[in-house]
Design a protein around this ligand. Structure first.
Ligand code: SF4
Length: 456
């Protein structure tokens, strides 16, 4: 069996299962957020009754992160609905924007868009927050009402996005009927070269198979090259499995996975026991691709889909209006460090927005120093508009007052994960997906730029 088949067979109480089987599986975690949470709660109440209780309150994680730092009243109301539901159900894992369980978030104009507007429990973007807060464990099943839930496959678990109807059902029963996906295998060899990041690995793979090339399939990443990838790298790669239509992305378990998960679970007091899955000697895969990481070069996925991969060096004539670093995929501390490595001591030539994925990243960047300056100061000195309000921000467009949103047609290079028309705001804008290093180099020149020329 493949890694995905093994996890799903076990969660369905079976010794064996294969692609195409329909299996009832038990959920270990159900995650929802401010966009889909209210809809999920609505389905749950409609189907199970107004007074119904969730199947297991310790297994539900609620993370407002999408449309939160906005004056849009409907968006604010969504978070209020989550807060009321959490109180009613006694759900412990709710990473609210404010500390007062009876309060209501209001925009503080004195702080504006750049200064922190959240309380002590806030966790930032759901997919980055889940592992940081100790909710991702090897061998488990994670369902989330968001397509990039597949990011947690980095931790050797089955993680996938589901719709509100399915999520309402899981909320009431803890189970879901799944058709087991076929597996596509991506065998990674070698090591990434300077100037090349994990983003290149996934842009390369999607470029090979197209933006629908893995539709309802598991993308399994294994091989000797995995050892040289950090957990952040693996998250970046697994996150974008959905950009090829994948049901999930999944990595092998190793000592790095164990160290990360054990540390995070202990730190947050979440469950520390888990059972990873290992590869069988014989696996049935419907596709195999070997990727030599040492041969990859900086890549860009061109407008209008994540499969339009081209080398950055071939796109030097594309002039840009904007650069953006942020999101679950590209707003982690390690992403900002690589971005800062390129941008340090220089000035950006175009409007450049930086949105950390989580408050932890804000803290990391404001407390780590290179010489006499913090990373945060280095970025601000270079002209990057850095906000402390960790969130999805303009990755998904959002209300018109969203930080970094493209409200007019423009060309943007972005460390995010999706570039379909209208994704970051205006439907005639164009988004070019790239690594944080390529975004940094392009912000400096105002054109799409291979970052290798900026490395000392
Ligand atoms: S940062 Fe972007 S991709 Fe990630 S959860 Fe938010 S909107 Fe989705």
């Amino acid at each position: 069996m493949t890694l995905t088949e093994k996890i799903l067979a076990r969660a369905g109480g079976r010794a064996k299962a294969q692609a195409g089987d329909n299996v009832w599986v038990k959920a270990d975690i159900l995650m929802t957020h401010d966009v889909c949470g209210p809809g999920t709660i609505g389905v749950f109440k409609r189907e199970f009754g107004k007074a119904a209780k969730v199947w297991d309150r310790d297994k539900i994680v609620i993370i407002p992160d999408h449309y939160i730092f906005t004056a849009d009243s409907k968006s604010n109301r969504n978070v209020d609905i989550l807060r009321e539901f959490v109180k009613e159900q006694g759900i412990p894992y709710f990473y609210d924007v404010i500390d007062d369980p009876n309060g209501h978030w209001v925009f503080d104009p004195a702080r504006g868009q750049l200064k922190k507007q959240y309380g002590s429990n806030f966790a930032g973007v759901c997919h980055t927050a889940l592992p940081q807060k100790g909710h991702t464990r090897p061998g488990e099943i994670l369902f989330g009402t968001d397509s990039h839930t597949c990011m947690a496959g980095a931790f050797n678990e089955f993680a996938t996005g589901i719709g509100n109807t399915d999520a309402g059902f899981v909320m009431g029963t803890g189970k879901l009927l799944l058709k087991l996906p076929e597996t596509m295998r991506f065998r990674l060899e070698g090591r990434l070269q300077p100037g090349v990041m994990a983003k290149e690995v996934i842009l390369h793979c999607i470029g090979e198979i197209g933006f629908d090339g893995a539709t309802y399939r598991a993308m399994q990443f294994d091989g000797p090259g995995v050892a040289g990838l950090s957990m952040d790298d693996r998250m970046t790669i697994a996150n974008m499995a959905i950009e090829a239509g994948g049901k999930n992305g999944i990595f092998e378990f190793d000592a790095q996975t164990q160290a990360y998960v054990d540390y995070r679970c202990k730190l947050n007091g979440t469950r520390t026991s888990y059972e990873p899955v290992e590869r069988d000697r014989v696996e049935k895969c419907v596709y195999e691709l070997t990727v030599d990481l040492s041969k990859l070069e900086p890549l860009v996925a061109c407008h209008p889909d994540p499969g339009r991969r081209k080398p950055a060096r071939e796109l030097a004539d594309i002039k840009l209006d904007r650069a953006y670093i942020g999101s679950c995929t590209g707003g982690k501390t390690s992403d900002f460090l690589e971005f800062a490595r390129v941008i340090r001591g220089k000035r950006v030539a175009i409007a450049t927005f930086g949105v950390p994925a989580t408050p932890e990243t804000v803290h990391d960047l404001q407390s780590s120093r290179w010489g006499d300056k913090t990373i945060w100061e280095i970025l601000v000195d270079a002209g990057v508009q850095m906000t402390e309000n960790a969130s999805c921000a303009a990755c998904l467009g959002g209300p018109t007052d969203t930080f970094g949103r493209m409200n007019t047609p423009m060309k943007c290079i972005s460390a995010t994960n999706r570039n379909f028309p209208g994704r970051m705001g205006h439907k005639e804008s164009q988004v070019f997906l790239a690594s944080p290093m390529t975004v940094a180099a392009s912000a400096i020149t105002g054109k799409i730029t291979d970052p290798r020329g900026f490395l000392s």
